[in-house]
Write a protein that binds this ligand. Structure first.
Ligand code: CLF
Ligand code: SF4
Length: 510
């Protein structure tokens, strides 16, 4: 492979900021959607709902951004992985604190962000506590945004305790997407995760608390799916506590109509001050996490659609998943300002993104590359996973292109790679070890940690790599590949070569 791009590069104002180069071209603007899973998306209504939702579609997350507004401070349960000084850890990375906004300030912020980051397609309310434990500011914010920003999808994430009582309100507001965090369906497991639940004016503990919580969560999920609201279930994987149990959770929520399951790793450190952090409860390794996600997905597991690209974002996150542009939108930039909502500019930017997505999809089709997902416009094509695949890591700034320097990557996207196969299965954070030419080849310990994190990968694909890291990767048996091309194309082609080159005994299911 050469490093030459196989496409014309052209700047596009409305395309994601992480996109260094993304071609603009003429052509139709049909939605080409894939969910983050191997499941077919044949229902046009569902396909439309996930088309530009970065969490519900792994493909869309390369192009579209989300933002959260932190309007919901309180919570009505206690999780052992949560410290109330920080954001709700059911959907956020533990240890971060978001600034609280009023609904009016939240609206001003949404209008500003939507006009500046035009590919922002979804507003989520995910904390910093539980949105439904704070129904007034949560629903007021949604009403205001629905009134002034008609093209933005509304998304909600909740622990589910009060979900049944708000299902009608959620439906009336046209909230299309709801996430419920369900870490157990068995109170015996639950009592090790939840010390208490505050329910109808009383505080419950022990198994009783988890029983109430679980019943409410499952009843809320069933009521939402009955109304055709798309539901995702988040679960925090806690090794030794609920890891084995989560396959059963997956099976149960699928049975109740959940569309997607997002198993996230417990992030636990003593400095977070959580029960699990202080008692030394460890989180899973990336390999353990992937193995569990695979089990939930397989036909001897739950055959569930699994989300693989969650970044556990904060309650005031702004930007593409994996980037945080919150610092550009501090309160002084929107508070008390009259902000004009640039609907026409947004529509134009989205059309441009869709043209590029159509081109990328056409390239995939021409080269006969499957991503493990089905596009609604080609429902007949079954994704076929080759018998032999390897894992490869990709450094990207988005837009479907391998376009990032190895040392600048704060995360790598992990793909299953093989002949005609390029499937995103995980993203992994690493310490960005190069902050510029002066230290690019120097921080050996960060580089060691990165290599450790990628130890199960056969190759790393990036736009550039320095000599030091190149040699270190080679020594670790990971092939560094400098390339600038479409991710799917590069992954499938390099995967095919690696599968062919490797001895049969080395190849298999990673
Ligand atoms: Fe936000 Fe959640 Fe909606 Fe997405 S996040 S409320 S569904 S718009 Fe997405 Fe962030 Fe993971 Fe959540 S990457 S933490 S899954
Ligand atoms: Fe913390 Fe969220 Fe659990 Fe509430 S639901 S205790 S905010 S992690």
């Amino acid at each position: 492979m050469t490093g030459e791009p196989a496409f014309a590069a052209a700047p596009a104002g409305g395309l994601p900021r992480r996109s260094a180069q993304a071609p603009a071209s003429a052509g139709g603007c049909k939605t080409t959607t894939s969910c983050g899973t191997s499941a077919p998306v044949q229902d046009p209504e569902i396909a439309e709902k996930i088309a530009n939702h970065p969490c519900y579609s792994a493909e869309a997350h390369q192009y579209y951004a989300r933002m959260h507004v932190a309007v919901a401070p309180g919570c009505n349960i206690q999780c052992n992985f949560c410290n109330r000084k920080f954001d709700c850890a059911n959907e956020s990375r533990p240890g971060v604190t978001s600034t609280l906004l009023t609904p009016e300030d939240a609206l001003a912020k949404v209008k500003l962000v939507a006009s500046e980051i035009k590919q922002m397609s979804v507003l989520g309310i995910a904390g910093p506590g539980d949105p439904l434990a704070n129904p007034k500011p949560t629903f007021r914010t949604m009403e205001l945004v629905a009134r002034d920003c008609p093209d933005i999808k509304l998304c909600l994430s909740t622990n589910g305790l009060r979900l049944p009582e708000f299902v009608d309100r959620i439906a009336d507001l046209n909230v299309d997407h709801v996430t419920i965090t369900i870490n157990m369906i068995d109170p015996e497991v639950g009592e090790r995760i939840y010390p208490w639940v505050a329910w109808r004016g009383k505080r419950y503990t022990g198994r009783e608390a988890s029983k109430i919580l679980s019943e409410q969560q499952l009843a809320g999920l069933a009521a939402l799916t009955e109304r055709k609201i798309l539901c995702k279930v988040n679960s925090v994987m806690i090794p030794g506590i609920n890891d084995e149990h989560l396959v059963e959770v997956s099976r149960t929520v699928k049975g109740l109509g959940a569309f997607l399951h997002n198993v996230m790793p417990l992030v636990s450190a003593p400095e977070h001050g959580t029960v699990f952090g202080l008692t030394g409860q460890r989180g899973p390794t990336p390999q353990e996490l992937k193995a569990l996600q695979d089990r939930c997905e397989q036909d001897d597991g739950a055959e569930m659609n699994m989300m693989r690209h969650c970044r556990q974002c904060r309650a005031d996150a702004v930007g593409l998943l994996g980037e945080d542009r919150g610092d550009e939108f501090l309160p002084e930039t929107f508070q008390g300002r009259e902000i004009v909502y640039d609907l026409a500019g947004r529509q134009q930017a989205h059309e441009e993104i869709e043209r590029w997505r159509t081109e990328v999809a056409a390239t995939r089709q021409t080269l006969n590359i499957a991503t493990g997902a089905r596009t609604p416009d080609v429902p007949a094509a079954e994704p076929v996973r080759p018998a032999e695949v390897v894992l490869v890591a990709v450094a990207t700034k988005g837009s479907g292109v391998v376009n990032q320097h190895f040392g600048h990557a704060g995360e790598f996207w992990i793909y299953e790679a093989g002949p005609g196969w390029a499937r995103l299965v995980q993203t992994r954070d690493v310490d960005r070890y190069c902050n510029g030419p002066s230290d690019c080849d120097e921080d050996a310990s960060k580089l060691d940690r990165t290599i450790e994190m990628l130890s199960d990968c056969a190759a790393v694909l990036c736009s550039k790599i320095g000599l030091g890291p190149r040699e270190a990767l080679e020594e670790a048996g990971i092939e560094p590949v400098e390339i600038y091309d479409l991710i799917d194309k590069a992954v499938a082609e390099i995967g095919a070569r690696l599968v062919t080159d490797r001895a049969p005994a080395e190849v298999g299911t990673p």
